[in-house]
Design a protein around this ligand. Structure first.
Ligand code: NAD
Ligand code: ZN
Ligand code: ZN
Length: 346
């Protein structure tokens, strides 16, 4: 089969021929319908050799949907041909975090060498992919798989960040979304769907701000120091009750810190290189800094339900597997509207 692999530190990913995997006991083989490209892939491919821990070659893709192609021994509850989404943050399944469905916070994954697909295990940017356990699959039912694939990360990650900040986001509250790309444009919709917050979107790119307005942001401003004054003005001088930073660059971390209200949640969701360094007295009282990661299995089911209810959808552009390297070039150039989605078996 063909797969998009990152093969050499610093080089662009390439489409190569690899063996089609076969499912071992407990595993499920999917014929991949769609695979989303996340900015985290670009981050991983930007790491120098001494910080790179994902193995080479690495088949990319940690957002995946497919149809069940074959079941390993002992797998039941799934049928061949069924359309499913992959829950990506694989954990051990038995620690206390996994027991409550929070495999994203598995306490034993590192020790057991369990890695998510596309971030250590072979990912979804291939004609077929192996899923290590049927519990990491959620039926898609009648959801369009190509339109839904990015709900597994660009939907699930903001949903988890927002859901755990719900106590801060009642009627009359204000939430700021910094970075309205793949994650951010879904985050805006989740905020509108499940909170009472007024949503302020910030980005450096006017086209992304236009998308933010289209998907429901109440206000959208260029991400610069003027935005601090705008947020203060909108909130009667109080600041935002939650800031979701989907970038984590030094300018966004510096900006977020200046717009927090007393008791605000400051959620740094982006995986970048921003440094938050403040004297404790420099932040409003009771600000909580959060660094959420992906989401729980239950939350993935909830996000898919939100999409089924028509309350959240992903803007996306499709690419063939051969165009896989182009997705990352376009992401780097900031020219993808919403998410780039690879359709490997088109
Ligand atoms: P993306 O490229 O689709 O979107 C990034 C957006 O940020 C773009 O719209 C871009 O214009 C904007 N931006 C860039 N610099 C900015 C700045 N200085 N100020 C304001 N906006 C700026 O990326 P994505 O796939 O949505 O991922 C967003 C971030 O979230 C990445 O850092 C990614 O690694 C991270 N991520 C984290 C998790 C997690 O679990 N914590 C999960 C997925 C992705
Ligand atoms: Zn991701
Ligand atoms: Zn676990």
């Amino acid at each position: 089969m063909r797969a998009l692999q990152y093969r050499q530190i610093g080089a662009a990913p390439e489409v190569v021929e690899v063996d089609t995997p076969e499912p071992g006991p407990g595993q499920v083989l999917l014929k991949v319908t769609a695979a989303g490209a996340c900015h985290s892939d670009e981050f991983v491919m930007s790491l120098p050799a001494e910080q790179y821990v994902y193995g080479l070659p690495l088949t990319l893709g940690h957002e995946g949907v497919g149809t069940v192609a074959a079941l390993g021994d002992g797998v039941d509850g799934l049928s061949v041909g069924e359309s499913v989404a992959v829950y990506g943050p694989w954990g051990c399944g038995t620690c206390a975090a996994c027991a409550r469905g929070a495999e994203n916070y598995c306490t034993r994954a590192a020790e057991l060498g369990i890695r998510p697909p596309g971030l250590g295990a072979p990912g979804s940017m291939a004609e077929y992919m192996l899923v290590d356990d049927a519990r990491h699959l959620v039926p898609l039912g009648d959801l369009d798989p190509v339109a839904s694939v990015s709900l597994t990360d660009a939907g699930l990650t903001p949903y988890h960040a927002i859901k755990t900040s719900l106590p801060k986001l009642g009627a009359g509250s204000t939430a700021v979304v910094i970075g309205t790309g793949g994650l951010g444009h879904v985050g805006i919709q989740v905020l509108k769907a499940i909170t009472g917050a007024t949503v302020v979107a910030l980005d450096v790119n006017e086209e992304k701000l236009a998308l933010a307005r289209e998907v429901g942001a109440d206000h959208a401003f260029l991400s610069n120091d003027d935005a601090v004054a705008s947020v203060k003005e909108l909130t009667g001088g109080l600041g935002a009750n939650a800031v979701f930073d989907f970038v984590d660059a030094q300018p966004t971390v510096d900006l977020g810190a200046k717009m927090l209200a007393t008791e605000a949640d400051w959620s740094i969701v982006g995986i970048g290189r921003g440094v938050a360094s403040y004297p404790a007295m420099g932040l409003p009282f009771d600000v909580a800094v959060r660094r959420p990661y992906w989401g729980t299995r239950a939350e993935l089911i909830e996000v898919l339900d939100l999409a089924r209810a028509g309350k959240v959808s992903v803007e996306y552009e499709t690419f063939s597997l051969d165009e896989g390297p182009l997705v990352y070039e376009r992401m780097h150039a900031g020219t993808i509207r919403g998410r780039g989605v690879v359709v490997p078996n088109a």
